[in-house]
Ligand binder design. Structure first.
Ligand code: 13P
Length: 266
C-alpha cells in the first residue's frame, strides 16, 4: 500500500476578502498543527490574498504539513502580459504548489492542453509543484468517451518528465453534490495510472493522483479509503476550516482508523 502522505488541497476559487481570509487561514493553520504527519495540506487562495496567507503561515512558524498554493500561473516568467501572474512571482511570495488546467479555466477561458503544458513547464522552472487537473464532462461520460478524453488530456497537458500531481476532477461532479461511486472511482484511478505509465514511459509512477468534485466531510471517508488515491482537491468545503480539517482527518490513516473524535467533530 502507498504510505506517502495524503494530500488535501483546498481550492478557494474566487473567494476571500481580507477579514474572511485571515480568519480561515488562521483557523486552518492552527488546526493543521494537530494533524499527524501522514497528511499534508495545501491551501490555494486567490492571487490577492497569497501574500497575506503566506504571512499568516510564516508567523505561526514553518509547518511542513501546511503549504501555500495558487490557482493558476502564466507561461512566461515576466514581461508584457497585462493582468497575468508568473510562476516566479508566486514562488517569490512563498507559494509551493500551483493548480493548472482546472476545468473552470479550460471551459471559461479556453485553456487548451498545449497551453496547460507550457504552464506546467513554467511552474517546474520556478520550482513549484504543478497540480494538473483533468476530467470529463457529463456529455463525454454519457457518450462513453471519458477514457479517450482523459488520455488526451494526460498526453497533451503533462511534460515528458512530469513530477507533479494529477487531479482527476470529473466536470459533472464539481459543485454538483454528486460523486462517482467508490468502485467507479477506483476503476478510473487504475485507468489513470496506466495512462500515466505510458505517457511518462515508466512502470513505477510516483505521481500522486487526487480526486476532486463535491468532496465533503461526509463523502471523504469513503473516497479516501481507496488505497491508491493520493488525496483530494476540495472546493467549497475548503472555505470552512472545520469542514476542511475534517476532510484532512479522514485522509489520515492514523486518525481515520480510530473512532471519530477530536476538535473538528461536531
Ligand atoms: O473544483 C473543485 C476543486 O478544484 C471542486 O469543487 P467542489 O468541491 O466545490 O465541488
Amino acid at each position: 500500500m502507498d504510505v506517502s502522505p495524503k494530500l488535501v488541497i483546498g481550492n478557494w476559487k474566487m473567494n476571500g476578502l481580507r477579514d474572511q481570509t485571515v480568519q480561515l487561514a488562521t483557523a486552518v493553520a492552527e488546526g493543521a498543527r494537530s494533524l499527524p504527519d501522514d497528511v499534508k495540506l495545501v491551501i490555494c487562495p486567490p492571487f490577492t490574498q497569497l501574500e497575506r496567507v503566506s504571512d499568516i503561515l510564516g508567523k505561526l512558524g514553518p509547518d511542513p504539513k501546511l503549504q501555500l498554493g495558487a490557482q493558476d500561473c502564466h507561461t512566461a516568467s515576466s514581461g508584457a502580459h497585462t493582468g497575468e501572474i508568473s510562476a516566479d512571482m508566486l514562488a517569490d511570495v512563498g507559494v509551493k504548489y500551483v493548480l493548472l488546467g482546472h476545468s473552470e479555466r479550460r471551459q471559461n477561458f479556453g485553456e487548451t492542453d498545449a497551453l496547460i503544458r507550457c504552464k506546467v513547464q513554467a511552474a517546474e522552472a520556478a520550482g513549484l509543484v504543478p497540480v494538473v487537473c483533468i476530467g470529463e464532462t457529463m456529455a463525454e461520460r454519457q457518450d462513453g468517451r471519458a477514457a479517450t478524453v482523459l488520455a488526451s488530456q494526460i498526453d497533451g497537458s503533462l511534460t515528458d518528465n512530469f513530477n507533479g500531481v494529477l487531479a482527476y476532477e470529473p466536470v459533472w461532479a464539481i459543485g454538483s453534490g454528486v460523486t462517482p461511486s467508490r468502485d467507479e472511482l477506483e476503476r478510473t484511478l487504475f485507468l489513470l495510472r496506466g495512462l500515466l505509465q505510458s505517457r511518462l514511459k515508466m512502470d513505477d509512477i510516483r505521481v500522486p493522483i487526487l480526486y476532486g468534485g463535491s468532496v465533503t466531510p461526509a463523502q471523504a471517508p469513503t473516497i479516501l479509503s481507496i488505497g491508491v488515491l493520493g488525496g483530494v482537491l476540495v472546493g467549497s468545503a475548503s472555505l470552512e476550516a472545520k469542514s476542511f480539517l475534517r476532510i484532512a482527518e479522514a485522509a489520515s490513516l492514523r486518525l481515520s482508523s480510530q473512532p471519530l473524535s477530536g476538535p473538528y467533530r461536531s
